[in-house]
Design a protein around this ligand. Structure first.
Ligand SMILES: [Zn+2]
Length: 289
């Protein structure tokens, strides 16, 4: 199944027998592998994937376009986790910053799925995984757009996905170079902070009030400053962390800070993959466990 199964489109004619065979395999596969979350058509479907210590979010826009934000560590096998959602094509792939817990699995994703466009900040890492990633992006000839304040990812009717940080002049710290993604759908707003820290939280000038926040830097106390949270006032927060991680993420004080605001907290280490569905008015959250 790992082979570039969705690349057959490129390959030209497939015989009728082959098609029937594939159909049969797909049917058997469908029976065995029960889908955990059924994506809801014409809604915004956000899946905060359970990837251990790292970050990866798969998103289906209301019109069916798809976006992946980060691909966690290489050994979390995000490209395999994605099979459950059967993406035929990933329209937008945001690689927030070049740390391995966000970008480590990106190469495998690119090798296994067709990607329309990549967004990444102007930040580099000399680690071999990142150099290999850049080589693959180049050899697959995927267009890359620099992620920075004001970069528009996609917009239609009452839907918008945009990047609101890093600022043009950049930052010395790689975490702060994180592409921060904001999605607006009808009345609902969503923030994906990457590993951005306090300096960024202070610099962002866009409206950051949001119903939902993908908590910055795995709930570390480097992020989620009081001033910023007062601007966001999220109803729901997702923290992506591995069980018993070496960093003691999330920080206890930070968790308290969210709870004090009345924010409902969801953690991937305790609840597995977290599904967030919005119709532009209401938000429904389901967890794997
Ligand atoms: Zn991280």
């Amino acid at each position: 199944m790992r082979a570039k199964k969705f690349r057959m489109k490129k390959g030209g004619a497939v015989s009728a027998i082959m098609l029937l065979l594939l159909l049969a395999i797909a049917m058997i596969d469908g029976c065995v592998q029960k889908q955990k979350f059924e994506p809801k058509a014409e809604k915004l479907n956000i899946y905060c994937l359970d990837v251990g210590q790292g970050d990866s979010t798969y998103i289906l826009f209301p019109d069916g376009k798809s976006m992946l934000i980060d691909a966690a560590e290489e050994d979390s096998n995000v490209y395999r986790l994605l099979e459950e959602y059967e993406p035929e094509y990933i329209d937008y792939f945001v690689i927030t910053h070049p740390h391995s817990d966000h970008a480590g699995g990106a190469k495998d994703v690119i090798e296994n799925y067709e990607i329309g466009q990549i967004f990444m900040p102007d930040a580099a890492n000399t680690a071999s995984f990142f150099e290999e990633l850049l080589t693959v992006i180049e050899s697959e000839e995927i267009p890359v757009t620099q992620a920075k304040t004001g970069t528009l990812i996609y917009e239609s009717d009452d839907f918008k996905a945009e990047i609101i940080s890093p600022r043009e002049e950049g930052y010395n710290d790689l975490n702060n170079m994180s592409a921060v993604v904001k999605i607006t759908y009808g009345n609902n707003k969503f923030l994906f902070m990457g590993d951005a820290e306090k300096a960024v939280e202070e610099d962002i000038t866009s409206d950051v009030s949001a119903d939902f926040i993908r908590v910055g830097h795995h709930g570390s106390n480097t992020s989620s400053s009081k001033g910023f949270l007062n601007r966001v006032k999220p109803k729901y927060a997702v923290i992506s962390v591995g069980e018993f991680n070496n960093y003691n993420h999330p920080d206890g004080e930070i968790v308290k800070r969210y709870k004090k605001m009345g924010t409902e907290i969801y953690r991937t280490d305790e609840m597995g993959t977290i599904s967030v569905v919005s119709d532009g008015v209401d938000i429904e959250i389901k967890t794997q466990r």
